[in-house]
Ligand binder design. Structure first.
Ligand SMILES: N[C@@H](CCC(=O)N[C@@H](CS)C(=O)NCC(=O)O)C(=O)O
Length: 245
């Protein structure tokens, strides 16, 4: 009986260790995750930085939307909405950068700091991501897309709307280091690309002191994960569109 107990105990130990090994193995994709991208694209930049933070290898597929490479039948079959970034993780296709960010942490995060599992902490990250998607990035685009891509004049009304959103971001940052609390999360990685663009375009956000300080903090935190070569460099490409004529 004693012998049997030992055998059972040994089986349990081997199984637990085996499962743990399988779990830690399954933390990395079987093959590099394909991401269809273009270097200046802000949502693509956030994905590339997040993957670097997670240590997940990407297979970056250059997709020049200026030349219609996102409108081919193959691309439309994969993503009928024809946007970049689009992710292909061994056949699992996903677009919308914030959905990709949450997927990457859920699937491959070694811990949950970037996207906490605690429902209330996670809800704050989600709120910030939704604020970015539905408000900040929309207002940024309303001001800058016409300037960058249609050569339009600076629109004061759109600028005031953007500044109002930056004011809200400034308030979120009252008394905390990052946009969703004391730790860097995917909400910071998503929001920082917009702020990097504003910085590259010479937008004066000095009235928003918390945003200024957070921007410096976040740049520093992301420096080892491609802030300069991915995010700042991409924003400079966009800024060069503006200076063209
Ligand atoms: N909300 C989307 C926006 C994606 C998006 O609009 N990407 C632009 C490039 S930055 C694009 O693909 N434009 C081409 C198109 O929509 O046809 C995300 O965050 O992924």
């Amino acid at each position: 009986m004693r012998g049997l107990t030992c055998v059972v105990a040994l089986f349990v130990i081997v199984n637990v260790v085996g499962n743990a090994a399988a779990r830690s193995k399954s933390k990395m994709p079987n093959q590099p995750i394909k991401v269809y991208y273009l270097p200046p694209s802000p949502p693509c930049r956030s994905i590339i930085m997040a993957a670097k933070v997670l240590g997940v290898e990407l297979d970056l597929v250059l997709t020049n939307i200026m030349e219609g490479q996102h409108m081919t039948p193959e691309y439309l079959k994969m993503n009928p909405q024809h946007t970049i970034p689009t992710m292909d993780d061994s056949g699992f296709i996903l677009w919308e950068s914030r959905a990709i960010l949450t997927y990457l942490v859920n699937a491959y995060g070694r811990d949950d700091t970037l996207y906490p599992k605690n429902p209330r902490l996670r809800a704050i990250v989600d709120q910030r991501l939704n604020f970015d998607l539905g408000t900040l990035y929309v207002r940024y685009s309303a001001l800058y897309v016409p300037i960058l891509f249609h050569g339009d004049e600076y629109n004061e009304e759109s600028a005031a709307k953007l500044d109002e959103a930056l004011g809200w971001l400034n308030t979120f940052l009252d008394g905390q280091a990052f946009v969703a609390g004391e730790d860097l999360t995917i909400a910071d990685i998503s929001i920082v690309v917009t702020i990097t663009n504003l910085d590259a375009f010479g937008y004066d956000f000095s009235a928003h002191e918390n945003v200024m300080k957070w921007f410096e903090r976040t740049k520093k935190a992301l420096e080892p994960y491609g802030y300069n070569e991915v995010d700042a460099a991409g924003a400079q490409i966009l800024a060069s569109f503006m200076k063209k004529d």
